[in-house]
Design a protein around this ligand. Structure first.
Ligand code: IVH
Length: 677
């Protein structure tokens, strides 16, 4: 389309492209089953963008190119719900489900089993999506049920939401209702990234989803892994079908995202079978569900049943047993971690939550203790979500016994007596004792020896404690001074184990630089950051000597992490330990310096995806790194190029979202040979 094309045919091409982009988007995001390679999708998308660039007058808000990029708002406009957004009556016991079923049949005057749909009850945020003539025009939150907030720009950033419905036959006005949520694994990744960037983590996927949608700047939700599942209708200009299950099937045909785990059953016993199955697989589900929703399937019967107050008589949320339980705080421990961070930990009357016995729960920090006013002796709600550490959610103040006192973390470290400090602007209290504090020492030794650090086999908790308590080991350097005799003299230490440990220590003396860095236990420096430092700076001396500015200039290193690294290396004690480690023969292995041939690509950041024809992934990485470029595993706003071979994965998509240029194999070769793509 280089020379000026005929506007009519160009306009029909534009429409065709929008249809195609929407369709392939749906294959990718809703069905999770792409039909064409990402590179092909990119071409369609780029062609669409090119036409729109030539004809800005043709750009409409529902074009697939317009998902991200809306201006931040000062406040959300109001959205009115013509059909109110109701809530559901809850039931907890099977007997309540039977009561519900009995009521339904009484009101309908039937003894026959009723047809129900059973759907997982997603724990997210209810939203409504409005389509006019098949185009997404507006969407909002539930608010008070009749008035919510218009969050259209934020919703558009959720790729699963079709901007245009697929197929045909949609009513002129179609309002669908659903739940925006965050899948458990995506939530965990998000929190991991936030931790690395020194940002506060979200308490649970629900808060993360709700918090993201409430942002006035749509660029924020655009970067959050939000998903949506629709579960029903709002206002429609004409009926869609006669049964709820048929409506869902029809919405699915029109490309609307939905959970897979939806069943249609006959009678309450079958509802309960599905419920039990869902409950059993609860922890394997990708998302957090807090129950099952039973809905009378036939709309005529739904209408006959009507609603009371704010919830329909035709539906019931049968909740799963809570992941929260009530118990009592016996006492609160100020627990000292390996970095000196002091965490208030509640020791509880043991309680069973979601199949596990919980006897300790985190109170996080003093601010959280104050906010919840948690005291020793208090009755509290404790929550266990998946595999995260249980936490105290809130205090039940009405049950507070007499004579309790507000809890304060001690002013001195319970392990070493050193002063506890809390730097201004920080939430965490810390023991100032450093490695003279036995709790920190033991934590530091255990971390140093752990599998992902120096992997010193045989150095577990018991032994670390003995070594620290007997004064044999104060710092990681002392480990390398241990003799066979000293070890054997320890209680319960057999000759063989002593021998093995000495060998294991010997074998740990040449760790890769990144593992060594990680082993040092620098605050906020996890494995990924350690790898990055090793790769970017290449040697321990350079890392030790890097200024905060130099560190911050590295990709993915924020001011908090840079500060933590500097603080660590500025301490004489830490420098001393490093000197001793070297004297004792510990030599971190630097990553191979690359022979510099061809153009200098230093400073460039690339991501490889898909299969290349003439290169293996390793070869391409090596060639790029040899020229100073950095190859990383995930696409971010700082990525300069994504190289996509055949069958590229989601990374090419991510690149498109972030406007990162995508190179094919020829582009990669040009870059390697000439220095420009
Ligand atoms: S139907 C009139 N179906 O639960 C019925 N709701 O307390 C309206 N929810 O606000 C809701 N999964 O946010 C329905 N499969 C599902 C649901 C579901 C989650 C949420 C929704 C609603 C709340 C009701």
């Amino acid at each position: 389309m280089a020379e000026s094309p005929d506007p009519d045919s160009e306009y029909s091409r534009l429409q065709e492209l929008r249809r195609l982009v929407n369709y392939h988007n749906y294959r990718y995001y809703v069905l999770d089953d792409p039909e064409i390679p990402d590179a092909e999708f990119d071409r369609l998308f780029e062609e669409l963008e090119a036409i729109e660039a030539r004809h800005p007058e043709w750009v409409t808000p529902d074009s697939p190119t317009q998902r991200v990029g809306a201006e931040p708002l000062d406040a959300f406009p109001e959205i009115r719900h013509e059909v109110p957004m109701l809530s559901l009556q809850n039931g907890f016991e099977e007997s309540e489900a039977w009561d519900f079923d009995r009521r339904v049949r009484e009101l309908l005057g039937t003894d026959e089993p009723v047809d129900y749909t059973v759907e997982p009850k997603l724990d997210g945020l209810a939203v409504t999506l409005i389509y006019e003539k098949g185009h997404f025009v507006r969407g909002g939150t539930r608010g008070d049920g009749t008035r919510g907030e218009d969050i259209t720009s934020n919703l558009k950033t959720i790729r699963q939401i079709p901007m245009g419905l697929l197929g045909s036959g949609w009513p002129e006005l179609l309002e669908v209702r659903g739940e925006v949520y965050m899948a458990k694994d995506r939530f965990r990744e998000l929190n991991e990234r936030r931790r690395a960037q020194g940002l506060t983590e979200f308490a649970n996927p629900r808060n993360a989803a709700a918090g993201s949608l409430r942002q006035l700047d749509p660029r924020i939700p655009a970067r959050r892994p939000l998903e949506i599942a629709v579960y029903g209708l709002g206002q429609v200009s004409e009926p869609v079908a006669e049964r709820h299950s048929e409506v869902l099937a029809q919405l699915w045909q029109w490309g609307l995202p939905m959970l897979r785990e939806i069943d249609r059953v006959r009678g309450m016993e079958e509802c309960l079978e599905v419920y039990r199955r869902l409950l059993d697989s609860r922890h394997e589900l990708r998302y957090e569900a807090d129950g099952a929703v039973y809905k009378v399937d036939r709309y005529d019967l739904q209408r006959q049943l009507g609603h009371i107050a704010r919830s329909p008589r035709w539906a019931l949320a049968h909740k799963f047993p809570p992941l929260e339980e009530m118990t009592r705080i016996r006492w609160i421990e100020a627990s000292v971690g390996r970095t000196g961070k002091i965490t208030p930990v509640a020791h509880l009357d043991p309680v069973e939550i979601g199949g596990a016995t919980v006897s300790r729960a985190s109170l996080h920090n003093q601010d959280e203790v104050d906010r919840k006013d948690a005291r020793e002796g208090d009755y509290v709600m404790v929550r266990r979500a998946g595999d995260v550490i249980p936490e105290v959610v809130r205090v039940i103040e009405s049950q507070r016994p007499n004579g309790t006192e507000p809890y304060r973390l001690p002013d001195t470290c319970p392990a070493c007596g050193a002063e506890v400090i809390r730097p201004e602007g920080e939430v965490d209290a810390r023991c100032s004792g450093g490695l003279s504090c036995p709790a920190q020492r033991m934590g530091a030794i255990l971390h140093f020896a752990s599998r992902r650090a120096l992997d010193i086999e045989g150095l577990g908790e018991k032994l670390a404690q003995q070594l620290v308590e007997t004064g044999l080991v104060e710092t990681p350097a002392d480990l390398y001074r241990l003799s066979q005799e000293q070890l054997q003299a320890l209680e319960r230490m057999a000759e063989k184990s002593a021998d093995n440990l000495v060998r294991a220590l010997e074998a740990s003396k040449y760790p890769p630089l990144d593992r060594f860095l990680y082993a040092l236990g620098i605050d906020l420096v996890g494995e990924a950051t350690a790898q990055l430092l090793a790769r970017e700076l290449g040697s321990l001396d350079r890392i030790m000597g890097a200024s905060r500015e130099e560190l911050e200039a590295l990709p993915d290193i924020g001011p908090e992490v840079a500060k933590a690294i500097r603080t660590f290396f500025n301490q004489d004690r830490n420098r001393q330990v490093l000197t001793e480690l070297r004297e004792l023969g510990v030599e971190p292995q630097e990553p191979e310096p690359a022979p510099a041939e061809g153009p200098d690509l230093s400073g460039l950041r690339l991501v490889l995806t898909g299969t290349l024809e003439r290169w293996t992934r390793e070869e391409a990485t090596e060639a790029l790194e040899a020229r100073g470029a950095r190859v990383s595993g995930s696409v971010s706003g700082r990525t300069d190029y994504v190289v996509a071979g055949s069958d590229p994965g989601s990374k090419a998509d991510r690149a498109r979202e972030l406007d990162v240029p995508v190179l094919d194999e020829a582009g990669l070769e040009r870059l390697l040979n000439r220095g420009t793509a």
